[in-house]
Design a protein. Structure first.
Length: 250
């Protein structure tokens, strides 16, 4: 276990203990898939109950709310949703996730303060910790060469349905290494390396076992490649191979 992982585990336990001792809800910052995996490893050691949320139902980056058992008040997640729109749409560039993230990090904002960055209906939505939202609104005026206007949205009113590209595959089994090899068009040995190096996640939990068999509805995330939803079928070819479907988050 490296020092960063050990620190994270202690931090989660401390936040949980503080929530229970002071009878208040405490929060982590936004966690990536690997950090969420570390959190789930120690969930049974917590002093309080917990919930995870990233601002919308399909969020990849999420924060943890540590909730004391004797809670007596209504609480909300400290998440703001910001809308970034070109000031002059006629002159706007086609911006990417990297462009938006780079502009925000250049303001001095740490990545852990930022959640997912989405592009619904040709607009840009950014989830962030509430304490930095005013700063982003005031300071973020340009992304690359495009002038932008930043406004706060009602997170509760944000409705986002991810877009998918649907595909089909035929594999010898639903083992994780076999599925990754098929989806990513890689040799099975390369898929096994992805798994052994901790770059494959099922439902936000790191999977380092090649022998895991994918289930219907599993969300597979491959770091630096993409996110996929697995859909199993009952169809088996005459040669005993399995037909399945998967959705690529686009």
């Amino acid at each position: 276990m490296d020092q960063e992982e050990e620190y994270l585990k202690k931090r989660f336990i401390d936040l949980s203990k503080r929530a229970e001792d002071k009878n208040i809800v405490t929060f982590s910052n936004f966690l990536n898939l690997n950090e969420l995996n570390i959190f789930h490893q120690i969930s049974k050691e917590l002093y309080s109950s917990f919930q995870v949320f990233g601002g919308y139902d399909f969020a990849e980056r999420q924060l943890v709310a540590f909730i004391p058992d004797a809670l007596y008040y209504v609480w909300e997640y400290p998440i703001d949703t910001l809308s970034l729109t070109p000031t002059h749409s006629k002159f706007a560039e086609s911006l990417t996730h990297r462009d938006v993230l780079g502009a925000l990090l250049n303001l001095g904002i740490k990545r852990e303060m930022l959640g997912d960055i989405l592009f619904p209906d040709h607009s840009i939505a950014v989830f962030c910790i509430s304490s930095v939202s005013d700063y982003v609104i005031e300071q973020c005026s340009k992304i690359r060469h495009t002038n932008v206007t930043v406004k706060r949205m009602q997170t509760a009113d944000f409705d986002y349905q991810p877009k998918f590209v649907e595909k089909e595959g035929i594999v010898s089994s639903l083992r994780l290494d076999t599925i990754i090899a098929d989806i990513c068009k890689l040799p099975r040995s390369a898929a096994q390396k992805i798994i052994s190096e901790g770059n494959a996640f099922i439902n936000a939990k790191k999977m380092q076992q090649n022998t895991y068999h994918c289930q219907h509805g599993d969300i597979l995330s491959v770091r630096h490649v993409g996110k996929f939803q697995i859909e199993t079928t009952d169809y088996v070819t005459k040669k005993g191979r399995i037909r399945y479907r998967y959705k690529i988050y686009s």
